[in-house]
Design a protein around this ligand. Structure first.
Ligand code: SAM
Length: 314
């Protein structure tokens, strides 16, 4: 079975934030749309390991087969490998991945792979050490060795998530394409989302990725569409693959959303852009709810999934 929302969209993906704490301070970070003061401090109301696994199991039972672990920075949780191990064992799970800043991957990549992780998305907004430090407050050497370790551990694909910022890192795109080609990684160019960044920052640094897509269209020998991932385009260039994620003003993006989120404090979140329709699953779970009652909360959250761009235009 697969749940379908009121707009006919199947629910196939779950994105679970296992913490809101982070070891970097990326200025552009949307914090997965969570209402939290600071990414580095995070909420104290994190879900426990067994709670995360129970929610994951219920979701797979309802037809979700792809789970992404995110944060904050998921690798700062000591039990991240245990979380991966337990989720990877759930019958019916087809895809399990992590979104990480890569800083701690050097020491964790092999263990994560052994625990059942197949693939990883690593944030890398630039290859310029100075720009990287300005954007994230981190050292680029750490993430570059994390990427190397992920590839050496056999995580595949390794995707590099580059949020593109006007007048900051657009100039780095050709180098990023070359780096992806050299390392065998896939590059994802991501348009800045207007969430948890202030209006001035967004208007200064948001850049539509249309020019980049035109360039990629000319260079590509093949273009594919990820049907169950917002219809995003995949450009196959000689020796390298580049994906483009541009959600803003893009009705295709929302119309093909197959995703539900779980916030780090245990709420089902139907849309990255909204916080007024979350469903508090952790409260019920902690009050002894049965699996059936938890399933019903998933059904409720699924019914609240509405294409944001369509809703905004009405
Ligand atoms: N700390 C982890 C990381 O760096 O990947 C996981 C959390 S981070 C919020 C998850 C993803 O969101 C990253 O790939 C990051 O590039 C992307 N991201 C962060 N802020 C964004 C924004 N304002 N717009 C678009 N994507 C963003």
């Amino acid at each position: 079975m697969v749940l379908i929302d009121s707009c006919g969209r199947p629910l196939l993906n779950l994105r679970i934030a296992i913490t809101s704490k982070c070891n970097l301070q990326c200025i552009y970070c949307h914090k997965e749309g969570e209402e939290i003061g600071s990414c580095s401090k995070g909420t104290t109301n994190e879900m426990e390991l067994y709670e995360i696994i129970r929610i994951a199991k219920i979701s797979v039972n309802l037809g979700i087969s792809r789970i992404k672990i995110t944060g904050g920075e998921p690798l700062v949780r000591n039990d991240v490998c245990e979380i991966i191990k337990e989720i990877s064992k759930i019958p019916g799970i087809k895809d399990l991945s992590i979104a990480t800043n890569g800083v701690m991957l050097k020491s964790k990549a092999i263990e994560l792979k052994e625990c059942g992780l197949k693939r990883v998305n690593i944030s890398l907004p630039t290859l310029n050490p100075h720009t990287y430090n300005n954007l994230t407050n981190g050292k680029i050497e750490n993430v570059l060795s994390g990427i190397k370790s992920a590839i050496a551990a056999g995580l595949n694909p390794v995707k590099l998530n580059m949020v593109v910022l006007n007048n900051i890192n657009v100039i780095d795109i050709p180098n990023m394409i070359e780096y992806a080609r050299k390392t065998g990684a896939i590059l994802q160019l991501i348009e800045l989302d207007p969430i948890n960044v202030n209006k001035q920052y967004y208007s200064d640094y948001h850049k539509f990725l249309d020019d980049q897509e035109d360039f990629l269209k000319k260079k590509a020998f093949r273009i594919d569409t990820r049907r169950f991932m917002h219809n995003r385009k995949i450009y196959r260039l000689q020796g390298v693959t580049v994906e483009v994620v541009h959600p803003i003003e893009n009705s295709e993006f929302c119309m093909h959303c197959t995703r539900l989120r779980v916030t780090s404090d245990g709420k089902l979140k139907p849309c990255l852009m909204k916080n007024d329709n979350t469903v508090n699953i952790i409260g019920s779970l902690r009050n002894g709810a049965s699996d059936q009652e938890l399933k019903e909360l998933f059904l409720e959250a699924n019914q609240m999934r509405v294409p944001y761009n369509k809703e905004k235009k009405q």
